[in-house]
Design a protein around this ligand. Sequence first.
Ligand SMILES: [Zn+2]
Length: 97
Amino acid sequence: MLRIYCPICEEARDEPEYHYAGQAHIVRPSDPDQCSDQEWGEYLYFRSNLRGLHREMWYHAAGCRKFFNVLRDTQSHEVKASYRLGATPPDQEEVRL
Ligand SMILES: [Zn+2]
């Protein structure tokens, strides 16, 4: 079972309190009327299936009822970090150093 830290509640809780909400940082095309069907389809349906560090969105259903992001290793299931929506992902901060 995963133990996930909620950055809004500021405490770690067990996974059953949360719902997985998909890949994080999906960018909607700025003008859907101007993009091709292929671009729109990729935005709607295609997600990366990474082995290793993956940025995910989670929902704290049994807590604050807020969405936040998690950086998780898909091989070990280790949660590396949790951060609020709109914040810079921790793995990108490390790259900048
Ligand atoms: Zn919470």
